[in-house]
Design a binder for this molecule. Structure first.
Ligand code: PMV
Length: 365
């Protein structure tokens, strides 16, 4: 049996402004998705017959990494609530990519460093460059799994499942863990990982080394339970900027605040980090991206927090509070009607939790 897991993510700075090239910062959270694979008589998922329409991410990975492979029984579990901006689909995609890669080993032939993400699929929505170094070795099990590869595969299948629209923020954060910064240019103070490109948009993906001071604080994520699709929120901002181009100044201000937030993060300055989060929220609120439910959770969390903001697309979804007293903050949010999750800042990335009897399938035999 092969089992792999990956964390969810939470955006700390820069949502929406990232669509216009400003930096966005996400951290991995303690909540994870776990996927296991076992050889089986027929394709099954959670005990039921596999339905590819219900599981587009798994289906896209199956086509890419398991073409003509033997049937598998797949089990999915986890504690990341779906459709709440916490990266549940990217986390699932990363864990499934890692699990399938582990299950078949790595058989590098020619230039196909990460077979299945583009080269053999010229018409795929995903046509970005792969930048990791090619190796030509054959390995099995956990050793054959690579974070860059799982990030690019997860980005490809997210794009596939979402009709061509996906930034690599979720896939990279869920794969590498820690803290990831996306920007339209290489940020000189950060560790540059790779570029990603999709439909003519290019992102530079960086990681941030988190200092130990951050271990003193927690994130409390509060869900409003209100569902607001990301695409609608993004269109709302686009329309506003079309009608009032001068409001691009607010988007640029989010970029300035996000950069200040990144410095605070890197210096382990929790007070400055919290301040930047709250400031980021005020600009998002001014842009019309908050809602009464979010504001009520934010007011409840504020007294016991260093900073608090909406996280993700807004209009509903979740808030994130930075706090040294997660119990008090969480109780306050729950009293105001929110459901909460508590996480440390920058959890570890994807992992192979079991690689028993690998490979489950050797495509070269
Ligand atoms: O809530 P999420 O994780 O879908 O975040 C949306 C982030 C946006 O900046 C609003 C959109 C995007 O594609 O970056």
């Amino acid at each position: 049996m092969v089992q792999a897991s990956a964390p969810g993510k939470c955006i700390l700075f820069g949502e929406h402004a990232v669509v216009y090239g400003q930096p966005a910062v996400a951290v991995a959270i303690d909540q994870r998705m776990t996927v296991s694979f076992q050889l089986s008589e027929e394709w099954r998922i959670d005990g039921m017959k596999f339905n590819n329409k219900k599981h587009p991410h798994v289906e896209a990975l199956r086509e890419r990494l398991w073409e003509n492979g033997p049937p598998l029984s797949i089990k999915i579990s986890g504690d990341i609530p779906p459709a709440s901006g916490l990266g549940s689909s990217a986390s699932l995609s990363v864990a499934a990519a890692a699990g399938l890669r582990c299950s078949r080993g790595r058989n590098i032939l020619d230039d196909d460093w990460a077979e299945g993400w583009t080269a053999s699929r010229p018409n795929d929505v995903y046509n970005g460059p792969g930048t990791a170094t090619k190796g030509d070795y054959v390995e099995n099990g956990a050793q054959s799994v690579d974070e860059d590869e799982c990030a690019i595969l997860a980005h490809a299948v997210e794009a596939f499942a979402q009709g061509g629209k996906a930034s690599p923020l979720d896939s990279s954060t869920c794969s590498h863990g820690g803290c990831i910064v996306l920007s339209d240019k290489v940020e000189s103070d950060l560790v540059w990982l790779y570029s990603r490109e999709l439909n003519g948009v290019r992102w530079e993906v960086h990681s941030v080394t988190l200092p130990k001071e951050l271990e003193e604080a927690y994130l409390v994520i509060g869900s409003t339970g209100v569902h607001a699709p990301t695409s609608i929120q993004v269109s709302k901002v686009a329309k506003m900027l079309e009608d009032s181009p001068e409001r691009m100044a607010e988007i640029e201000t989010i970029g300035i605040v996000a950069r200040r937030g990144i410095s605070a993060l890197m210096n382990g300055d929790l007070d400055a980090m919290g301040k930047a989060m709250s400031e980021n929220h005020l600009i998002l609120r001014n842009l019309g991206l908050s809602c009464p439910e979010l504001e009520s959770l934010i007011s409840a969390a504020a007294p016991s927090s260093l900073g608090v903001k909406l996280t993700g697309a807004g209009g509903g979804g979740c808030i994130v509070a930075l706090t040294k007293d997660p119990k008090t903050t969480s109780e306050a949010i729950e009293l105001a009607g929110g459901r909460t999750l508590i996480s440390s800042i920058g959890a570890s990335g994807m992992s192979i939790d079991s690689d028993e009897n690998c490979p489950l399938w050797n495509p070269l035999k």
